[in-house]
Design a protein around this ligand. Sequence first.
Ligand SMILES: N[C@@H](CCC(=O)N[C@@H](CS)C(=O)NCC(=O)O)C(=O)O
Length: 215
Amino acid sequence: MSYTLYYSPGAASMAVHWMLIELGVPFDAVRVNIEAGAQRAPDYRRLNPAGRVPTLLVDGVPCTESTALLMLLAERHPEAALAPPPGTLQRASWLEQMIYLANTLLPAMRDWFYADKDGDPAGADAVRALARRRIEGAWQHLDARLADGRAWLVGERLSTADLLAVMLMRWSRNMARPATTWPNLAGYIERLRALPSFVELNRREGLTDWLNEAP
Ligand SMILES: N[C@@H](CCC(=O)N[C@@H](CS)C(=O)NCC(=O)O)C(=O)O
């Protein structure tokens, strides 16, 4: 199996990068300078027509969409048990969390960060206001899920849902109410970002601003 990840530090590629590190499989990582617009270069667009990160070459074939990539990697590496077995009730819970994060939180995050670029800048404030409500609603929802003291979003162990959730929680760090201000999310985030694979991920991506501070 060969993997090449096209990534940008801290971007939607981060959860996939984290998973590759957590799996301990060999892979190449190619940085795409999205601040300089490298995601719109014709060579990159041939791999990812939307001009976004991540792209993962899987045995040479370009695959996209961070959530889909996490699910694919879980299937290709079942021994890592980063997803519950198909057909089980825990699988149902995992599917629910993955789809919720991808379908509710991720698009709201895109609206929050890209309101001016994706839409009419004149309407961007209204888009951001709605995005913020949806993002904070998601923190509320996830906080309630963790209120029973569970350590992980699904079952009794780390899963791809945690990798995706923590990446999205990190994106809220400069918002008015970051995820870390919800009581149950605070402890969850503290535990997850202490994982050696998360520390290594940040080292490889050159990120230092959401690691050791108190949540
Ligand atoms: N739904 C996509 C979203 C990807 C996405 O929006 N990536 C952003 C970085 S977080 C990007 O590539 N931005 C550059 C651009 O849109 O020009 C996924 O989950 O992979």
